[in-house]
Design a protein around this ligand. Sequence first.
Ligand code: FES
Length: 86
Amino acid sequence: MKITYIIGKKEIEVDGETGRSLLDIALMNQLNTPYSCMEGHCGTCEAVIETGSTTEDHEGSRVVRTCQAQPSSDWVIVNYDKSPTR
Ligand code: FES
């Protein structure tokens, strides 16, 4: 699977991995994604899923906490620039 991260107006595509969160995959690829608690409490890691699906998708909202959401489709686009907390 492919994951495209949009952060700081840059697009970076990396190989995804099932069983890992979007934040874990970003950090494994040395991307400078925001985070703090890593336990789903603070919201610092929130981002908008523009394409594809994750384990944390909720009806009517494309905002996920990337430390908890794992990719569940072949291609996921994660946009940190559109996070409601930034
Ligand atoms: S890092 Fe705190 S909710 Fe994800």
